[in-house]
Design a protein around this ligand. Structure first.
Ligand code: OXD
Length: 312
């Protein structure tokens, strides 16, 4: 039995992935695309932005596992084989990275670090009056494993946390939850710092246009670590120009890598990072992937399986 790894050209660690997956699955022959050998032997593929069209070369495939949290890079393959489970990656280390990334930007904005940087450029010594964390509301869109973990970390720092999602949720403890389009404006209008962790689905694409962005209070901030196409980038640029939204830290974009001529690169109120908010850790992720393969081999369902109905 063989497992094939295929990663995007921007990940340079395919041999590291092979090493850790092989270490976890001693009885499996772990191969790296394009050296897949006999296609009949490939039972599993573990992929991040694989070249579309390759998956139906393998007639005995049992499951497709994502090497990242999202699976839109798999679903968007026009030649995706039918009827196979697609397994998302829920990994402690990846969640931890997303928490750290979010905290970094929340604190950057909350404690006026962005302003002190600007002041330093003109040698200005101005002490901004500080705001207590309990007076700052952080709104999280997408309260799955990662969004909930980010929310809990912020609650521990005494921020007020509210959440929004497309579907009803139970047991979010101290996170006040808003649901569906009807409650989007109530959620946004009290959000000082918005963190988007939503996956890209039919329902979330272009969810935040000029209208929704203007529900955010004047002086608010945006951190996008979900998917770029959820926020209309042209509308975001226009509203940043008006000063209604003070700044945006963007890690994901409608087109990645962000094209050289995209205006987001040069906007003074935009911070660009190259999709690094939650880099999958090969050693830790390999354990999760191996566990899921063992479950499938025992005839049990892996976790979590992507749902075509829900879109995540
Ligand atoms: C993602 C990831 O899905 O980086 O965006 O894992």
């Amino acid at each position: 039995m063989a497992l094939l790894i295929s990663v995007s050209e921007f990940w340079e660690d395919e041999e590291v992935w092979r090493h850790w997956v092989q270490a976890e699955l001693e009885d499996v022959d772990v191969r790296v695309y394009p050296d897949y050998g006999n296609p009949n032997e490939i039972k599993y593929v573990a992929v991040w932005k694989h070249p579309h069209g390759i998956l139906n070369k393998f007639p005995n495939l049992k499951a497709i596992l994502s090497l990242g949290a999202g699976v839109d890079h798999i679903i968007s393959d026009p030649e995706l084989p039918d009827g196979l489970p697609i397994v998302r990656l829920v990994d402690k280390k990846l969640t931890h990275e997303m928490i750290l990334h979010s905290l970094h930007w929340v604190l950057h904005f909350h404690s006026d670090q962005y302003l002190y940087r600007i002041q330093q450029q003109s040698n200005e010594w101005i002490q901004q009056s500080s705001v207590q964390s309990e007076e700052r509301t952080i709104g999280i869109m997408g309260l799955g494993n990662i969004g909930k973990a980010i929310g809990d970390s912020l609650l521990n720092l005494d921020f007020k946390v509210v959440g929004w999602g497309a579907r009803p949720k139970h047991s979010l403890e101290k996170i006040e939850y808003y649901c569906g389009h009807e409650q989007l404006s109530d959620f946004l209008s009290q959000t000082d710092i918005l963190i988007n962790v939503l996956p890209l689905t039919e329902n979330t694409k272009n969810l935040l246009t000029k209208t929704e962005l203007s529900y955010l209070p004047k002086g608010s901030f945006i951190i996008n670590i979900g998917r770029g196409s959820i926020i209309n980038e042209n509308d975001l640029l226009s509203i940043l120009d008006t000063g209604h939204i003070t700044a945006a830290a963007l890690d994901v974009f409608a087109e990645e890598p962000l094209p050289e001529n995209n205006s987001l690169w040069d906007h003074p109120s935009v911070y660009v990072t190259p999709h690094i908010a939650g880099q999958s850790d090969p050693k830790s992720s390999a354990k999760t992937i191996a566990e899921n393969i063992r479950l499938i081999e025992m005839g049990e369902p892996p976790y979590p399986i992507y749902s075509f109905n829900n879109g995540y």
